[in-house]
Design a protein around this ligand. Structure first.
Ligand code: 6R9
Length: 571
């Protein structure tokens, strides 16, 4: 197959000589950027917020540009510093101490960010939850973490099963409420009387900062535990990958209930002191473009599911807006279909940079950066300071072009430090000095990594291994197809056959001829063995709230099997 190559971006960028940097770089060098390099005592809230608030030239700069359909607000670094101090004082009054778990279950709002940093300032561990979680998902996470304080809104309270949560002592309510009872605390009431000064809790680099629950394909969600040390990598990738500059207006579309929404929706931009756009509510293509236009966004980090919607909306939608402020686009969360990259080049005259990482890895690991040639469909190469490879099940490295487990040499700064209360689960990620991701991929001769699928998703048909991503990418190249989810279905002779679920673009009608045409399109464009033997048109493809296609669920539905944990399924 011919590989398309998109040359490096012209002009200035923060990491100019990737190869040289990879040879020379050590994480020790990066520490010199931080004030704690001398004292050894840290707090993310200080580095991301207070440090800028103490700087006379920076304190009145807009840190947060918040916008939702019914509210718009700007907070400076100084505002955020004071409000998070106030909130830290509220927590302290109710006895929150270093190491306690304090959870947030609410939509993105200015209060969310003040509370989030207030938690970190007390030395407690923050646990952000998606606002759309239902009772079971909330129960699992609050029980497992034994959270003592929850910050939520009155209208989400009915999904908090308090009788099942013996550890939960206080509930802080943001917004008008009529709750009475000793456990309820009114956010705005308490903030009014709280002091704007707070003595931040100085911590060790290895002290806990964040618990992110991620759903496994089976069993209960696991609490991925991150420490303040992660900031070294958030800062480094903010420079190299996000390519942040002082005057940037940065927008990450991810919700902080998902790791992208914290590592890159909170930490990386604010460690660099840039203006950060937060947009609540649901988006349509015109909302996305409208937000970029209105706030003159320069750097945009989003996900393939969003980008695919933009492709479906077509170039006419692009032309309705002035997007001239945009200079850098990145994607994460799912494989980025080559078609989307090619379209982006045409529609925006910009490259879309794919980035690969996981909740467990805490920060970006394999990336495309501005100074690097992009090969559409490839996740790029490991960042300086990180060694990646493809290994077999015993942790032995495989030669180029061979599909296997995508693995990372242990010891990068943002790596999870534990799976909460499950040491055996944590240990199971590591083989022979490698962190094994559970993703299947291969590396080409030039060191580019190519994603194939989650290992559980790889299809074995008539002895050939087929990554569902490849088939999905070919399917959406067909003008009729908007989205596609591909699974392997057990078959007596072939082992598995490929079944594709697709949604159609506006203007296309379901017919046998159309399905056959699409099948032929994959057969001639990809290969005969990769052409789906079965196809089904659906109104939508099931996705997680962070936009990932849930192939596992498609498969369970298809085979009539139990669906397992569906707490992250988008309605
Ligand atoms: C950051 C995040 C992790 C899983 C990961 C992989 C998939 C993420 C990807 C990608 C292909 C990329 N994934 N980035 N697949 N190309 N650039 O998404 O964390 O929610 O834990 O998901 O997402 O399968 O293993 P998380």
């Amino acid at each position: 197959m011919d590989v398309q190559k998109i040359p490096a971006r012209e002009g200035n960028h923060n990491l100019k000589n990737y190869e040289k940097m990879r040879e020379q770089f050590s994480w020790e060098d990066m520490k010199k950027n931080f004030s704690w390099n001398e004292t050894g005592k840290v707090n993310m809230a200080y580095e991301a917020i207070d440090r800028h608030a103490e700087n006379p030239e920076k304190k009145d700069k807009t840190a947060l540009l918040y916008s939702s359909p019914d509210r718009e607000e700007k907070l400076t670094f100084s505002d955020l510093s004071k409000q998070s101090n106030q909130f830290a004082n509220v927590l302290k009054k109710y006895d929150v101490k270093k190491g306690d778990r304090v959870f947030l279950f609410m939509p993105r709002s200015p209060e969310f960010y003040a509370a989030f940093f207030g938690i970190l300032k007390t030395g407690a561990i923050a646990g952000p939850l998606f606002e759309a979680f239902m009772e079971q998902a909330v129960r699992d996470r609050l029980q497992d973490s034994e959270a003592t304080v929850l910050i939520t809104t009155p209208d989400l309270l009915y999904r908090v099963p308090q009788e099942d949560l013996p550890s939960l002592e206080k509930i802080i309510l943001v917004g008008e409420n009529n709750e009475s009872g000793e456990q309820y605390i009114d956010y705005h009431e308490e903030m009014k009387s709280a002091s704007e000064d707070f003595a931040i809790e100085w911590l060790d680099l290895e002290d806990g900062m964040l618990l992110h629950y991620t759903s496994g394909s089976t069993g209960k969600p696991k609490g991925v535990y991150h420490v303040h040390n992660a900031m070294i990598q958030h800062y480094a990738t903010g420079e190299w990958v996000l390519d942040l500059e002082e005057d940037d207006v940065y927008w990450c579309t991810a919700d902080p209930g998902w790791v992208t929404g914290t590592s890159y929706g909170i930490f990386a931009p604010w460690l660099h002191g840039v203006t950060n756009v937060v947009r609540g509510g649901r988006f349509t293509p015109d909302d996305w473009y409208g937000t970029i236009e209105k706030f003159k966004v320069t750097v945009w980090y989003t996900a393939p599911t969003a980008l695919r919607k933009l492709v479906s909306a077509g170039e006419e939608a692009v032309k309705r807006h002035d997007l001239s402020s945009l200079r850098h686009i990145m994607s994460v969360g799912e494989p980025l279909n080559p078609e989307v990259v090619t379209w982006g080049l045409k529609a925006f005259d910009l490259r879309i940079h794919d980035t690969w990482w996981m909740t467990e890895t805490g920060a970006q690991l394999i990336v495309n950066i501005p100074s690097m040639e992009i090969r559409p469909g490839s996740m790029g190469k490991p960042i300086p300071g990180v060694e990646a490879s493809i290994v077999d099940n015993e942790g032995n490295e495989l030669p180029p072009n061979q599909m296997g487990n995508l693995a990372i040499k242990e010891g990068w700064p943002a790596m999870m430090r534990a799976v909460w209360k499950r040491p055996e689960k944590f240990e199971s990620y590591f083989i022979n000095g490698w962190y094994v991701s559970g993703d299947s991929a291969y590396k080409d001769e030039d060191g580019y990594f190519w994603f194939q699928g989650r290992l559980d998703d790889v299809i074995n048909t008539s002895g050939e291994r087929v990554g569902p991503f490849e088939v999905e990418s070919k399917l959406i190249e067909h003008p009729a197809v908007a989205e596609a989810g591909v699974i392997g279905k057990p078959h007596p002779e072939r082992g598995e056959i490929i079944k594709a679920f697709i949604t159609l673009n506006d203007g296309y009608e379901e017919s046998d001829d159309l399905l056959e045409e699409i099948r032929q399109f994959v057969k001639t464009g990809l290969s005969a063995h990769a052409a789906p033997r079965e196809m089904e048109i659906r109104d939508s493809i099931p996705k997680t709230r962070s936009g990932k296609i849930m192939r596992r669920l498609l498969k369970s539905w298809e085979l009539g099997l139990p669906t397992g944990d569906t707490s992250t399924l988008e309605e």
